[in-house]
Design a binder for this molecule. Structure first.
Ligand code: SF4
Length: 237
């Protein structure tokens, strides 16, 4: 685990008891981050570009079966398997505990994607286009990636940067709840809580200590920054 050099360690808690599987977070992420759209044929070939996916599973036995949903994005692991395998250091760890991806450094070996146990990295096989007037929807804060580049969730780093700059200008730290990724902002069920895990009083840090917490593939020792809350109760924080 690297030495903490920043007052921030960004993380997320997702309450599976709240998630209805509506998919609004997936669309919000696509719109915010200029994620390329794949057509039916491309998706049938496994070329889906979404940075966030909703896994489905069920609990119980027939006929008493209940469907559950599991939103999965980059887990921003503290000991990330994607980082040491990149030959050009395009995948790196930033001081705030995030897994960064330097697009103009990526040479497309896909080692990182193959080494990610969560399968959350997507490779741009096509030159995605936004014919006019659809190009008006592109966010000017985000690079429009080209073919041959690996991409993934950044916890909307453009929003984090803006919040940090504003806070720095005012001589303070980013306040709890001041910055949210597009997915968390959009979720109608407020299933996603984002914030600074390094602040023990933040909402995300308190929820991450819940007895309902668990992490995906915890036994691998990747130490993700995303925590999930199992179904079966509510946290009131
Ligand atoms: S927007 Fe919220 S409720 Fe809908 S799928 Fe995403 S996490 Fe679940």
């Amino acid at each position: 685990m690297e030495k903490m050099t920043s007052p921030y360690k960004w993380g997320m808690v997702i309450d599976l008891d709240r998630c209805t599987g509506c998919g609004a977070c997936v669309v919000a992420c696509q719109a915010e981050n200029n994620v390329g759209l794949c057509d039916k044929k491309e998706i049938s070939e496994g070329r889906n570009m979404h940075w966030l996916r909703i896994e489905r599973y069920w609990v119980g036995e027939y006929p008493d079966v209940r469907v559950r949903f599991l939103p999965v994005m980059c887990q921003h692991c503290h000991d990330a398997p994607c980082e040491p395998v990149c030959p050009v250091y395009a995948s790196y760890h930033n001081p705030d505990g995030l897994n960064g991806q330097v697009y103009n450094r990526c040479v497309g070996t896909r080692y990182c994607g193959n080494n990610c146990p969560y399968a959350v990295r997507v490779f741009n096989f096509y030159q995605h286009e936004w014919p006019k007037p659809l190009d008006n929807q592109l966010s000017p804060d985000i690079t429009v990636r080209s073919r041959g580049v690996m991409e993934k969730c950044s916890f909307c780093i453009q929003r984090i940067r803006r919040a940090k700059e504003e806070a720095k200008g005012e001589g303070r730290q980013v306040r709890d709840g001041e910055v949210q990724p597009a997915c968390a902002q959009t979720c109608p069920a407020e299933a996603m809580v984002f914030g600074n895990l390094a602040d023990p009083r933040s909402r995300v840090a308190r929820l991450s200590r819940s007895p309902r917490r668990f992490q995906l593939l915890e036994h691998l020792g990747t130490h993700p920054s995303v925590f999930y809350l199992k179904g079966g109760g509510r946290e009131h924080v």
